[in-house]
Design a protein around this ligand. Sequence first.
Ligand code: BG6
Length: 460
Amino acid sequence: MTSQTTVKTLLILGASGDLTGRLLLPGLARLVATGRAAGLLLVGAGSDPWSPEQWQERVHTAFDAAAETATDAGRDALAAMAKSTEYHQADVTADGPLAELLAGLEGPVAVYFALPPQVSQKACEILRPEQVPAGTRLVMEKPFGAGEESARELNRTLLSLVPEDHIHRVDHFLGKATVLNILGLRFANNFLEPVWNRDHIAKVEIIFDEDLALEGRARYYDGAGALRDMIQSHLLQIMALLAIEPPATIGERDLRDAIAAVLRASSIKPPYTDSTRRARYLAGSLGGKDIPDYAAEEGVDPDRNTETLAEVRVDIDNWRWKGVPFILRSGKALGTKRKEAVVTFRPVPHLPAGFTGRDTPNTLRIGFGPDTLELDVDVNGPGDIFSLDRAALVAELNASELLPYGEVLEGVLTGDPLLSVRGDTAEECWRIVEPVLAAWAAGKVPLEEYRAGSGGPAPE
Ligand code: BG6
């Protein structure tokens, strides 16, 4: 399949950085290999004095991997992009270099800020509207701002340069196939929507337990922690998709309006000792590897008390969800990887007397990678016909041929902001977590501990 992108040039700032090598180029490569970015030019810029060969090597590492499974046409597209790509050394926080770069590129240009947030912010602040050619798209990585006020400030800066639908705030979870599958599951099945509310659902959990530790990311992570890193962005987005009202279309306006409405109704309520938990890992072992205390990891300042596991209960105060807890949890260095949303239904109002065996509330599990759906139901088990037993109806969900970053990039390149976080939503997500961040910083919620490789802090 080929499609014309509305963007002619993808300019990656921070091209010599970790994000570009690890996620962005592999995502782009798979997209190019499908033929869906025909004619796109790739330009990298970074503060490092890289030679053209160094950039070529980086591009080839990602592109060669994608070429292995590509068609002949896909390989040609990758080769064409690799041949024409350029690298520019530029300090984009200085007045001039970014504007000069933009002026010299074939437009429309999508500028991908694969840079630390303060650097991206500075680069945007220094740009003047007349230096940004019409049609330019600005692509911002998370975290978007450092709080509600700073996100608002950043939104103002960006809006002085380009219109909202040309701003792409990246949340790569919105590019995960499973998350998009939630919409199909919820809105294409008549048996589900009538029970998708407080009358029938007891709680919703969104769990993202990782079996990875810090992985050398202290510089970023120690200033962020699990609440900012995972919950403020990714998990609130998943929650919103699980909770939105049925939109008329899945066009960007309808879907993003629905997401915004849910998030506006959401909050984490005090006392935070009841509605939140935070914890930090101690030395342990993960997959046979020894892991040091988080506090002893290189680059970590133990006095910051950065949490590596965060759990919050979000309340959505609207007709559909009033009183239903949405539990969002994410932690690092846990023994078992668990990435899923679990919807627990209320028990039946009356189980006819005479049944024996287990009667447990139904649960619907939506697994994020491997992408699965599992509905746990009570059925009359084998043997005694009066005895109830548990059965799981399991399905594998459609996996995208693109990586999450490829999905998001495709939206950027074709000018569709559907999979980008809208400005008001970015502010709203900070508004939800900010009181918790303040309470935690003030030491109002104890920082618990858990061993790396364990299941997390002991249940309360
Ligand atoms: C990133 C976080 O945004 O998402 C990481 O910064 C986290 O800490 C990652 O590990 C999880 O996403 P994925 O797609 O790697 O599972």
